[in-house]
Design a protein around this ligand. Structure first.
Ligand code: FDP
Length: 338
């Protein structure tokens, strides 16, 4: 056993040394998120027990109010980060407006956007769920954050990451110095560096999408998925395998390690959501930062997700993300067939 054991805290401190002017504020912010994840996973691991220990919304046997897991995850992220003096505002997938830092606490130089419990429809069936986060530097010049601090394109992110509550719990993040993954060792309660410098294969063999929406997709997207499934006799390639659980974090994570493409295209199913389902700021942009740092690509079918100038906090975008050559090819089909 010669492998070096690096805790997430040690790793963050080592990374900070590359920036002699760093105050430690950013490093501490990442560490607070890791801590919030440990609190969330403690409850996620009890998800199947709510029937026994008390239903969400009821009072449990200990006399405590039982919260729905997504509400609990949201409140944990907010409570862990509202008083530390590192943030000037937050935004969550669960809250319609920005979440101010209460007046009694100091304001910092960063804003945090998060999806506290991604894939929430999978909680009841004991499949993987996750938390996604994105950090931007304050640009408004105001002491307390404003909407302007959130409406920044993806390439301005200071850091982004996710936590996957799966067979084991992993935190994967980037701050622009590569992508690093940590696995939680529950026996010591520490995230340990298990996947340094993750690189996504340039081409994969897997596609992940909700094919139930096939008839609502554009011609280009349909042709692309047909192409993935057809044996490529001429090119000698075999057909792709489908993998889709319906939790962005889990589907993305699989493709990040194994190679492949995740798609949530625009569809005509719901006229209120003409740009697909996923949110730019708390889902697409953070995943785009990670995949680019790992050597992959993220596109809305026409342009890079990282280049999109957000117009509203909960803006939705189509998403094609994963191995570089696969995303290039998806774009080609959309260019050619619409
Ligand atoms: P969910 O609504 O369960 O939170 O964020 C939205 C999301 O999950 C993604 O995690 C997932 O990729 C997608 O929606 C699944 O949507 P479909 O059920 O339409 O496939």
């Amino acid at each position: 056993m010669t492998a070096k054991i690096t805790t997430i805290e040690r790793h963050f401190l080592d990374q900070q040394r590359h920036f002699p002017d760093a105050t430690g504020e950013f490093t501490s912010l990442l560490y607070d998120i890791a801590l919030a994840a440990k609190i969330i996973v403690r409850e996620v691991n009890k998800a199947g027990l709510v029937e026994i220990l008390g239903l969400a919304g009821e009072v449990n046997v200990q006399g405590e109010q039982v919260m729905k897991l997504d509400v609990f995850a949201n409140e944990t992220m907010i409570r862990m980060n509202d008083h530390t003096g590192r943030l000037c505002a937050m935004a969550s997938e669960e809250n319609p407006d920005i979440i101010p830092i209460p007046d009694q606490f100091p304001a910092g130089n960063y804003v945090l956007v998060f999806d506290p419990l991604d894939g929430s429809s999978n909680i009841d069936v004991n499949a993987s769920v996750g938390t996604i986060f994105s950090i931007h530097r304050k640009v408004s010049g105001r002491e307390r954050g404003t909407l302007e601090d959130f409406l920044q394109p993806g390439y301005e992110q200071a850091a982004a990451g996710y936590i996957i509550y799966g067979a084991s719990t992993m935190m994967v993040y980037t701050s622009g110095q590569g992508v690093h993954g940590f696995t939680l060792d529950p026996s010591v309660g520490e995230f340990l560096l298990s996947h340094p410098n993750i690189q996504i294969p340039p081409r994969g063999r897997y596609y992940s999408t909700n094919e139930g929406n096939y008839h609502y997709w554009s011609g280009g997207v349909r042709r692309y998925v047909d192409y993935l499934k057809a044996p490529g006799k001429a090119s000698g390639r075999s057909s792709y395998s489908g993998r889709y659980i319906g939790t962005l974090v889990a589907d993305f994570h699989r493709n990040l390690l194994a190679g492949g493409i995740f798609m949530y295209p625009a569809d005509t199913k719901d006229p209120k959501k003409p740009h697909g389902k996923l949110r730019l700021l708390c889902e697409a942009a953070p995943m785009a930062f990670i995949v680019e740092q790992a050597g992959g690509r993220a596109s809305d079918g026409r342009e890079d997700i990282m280049q999109i100038q957000p117009e509203s906090l909960h803006q939705r975008v189509p998403l094609f993300i994963g191995s570089r050559e696969d995303v290039d090819e998806a774009e080609q089909f959309i260019r050619e067939f619409g």
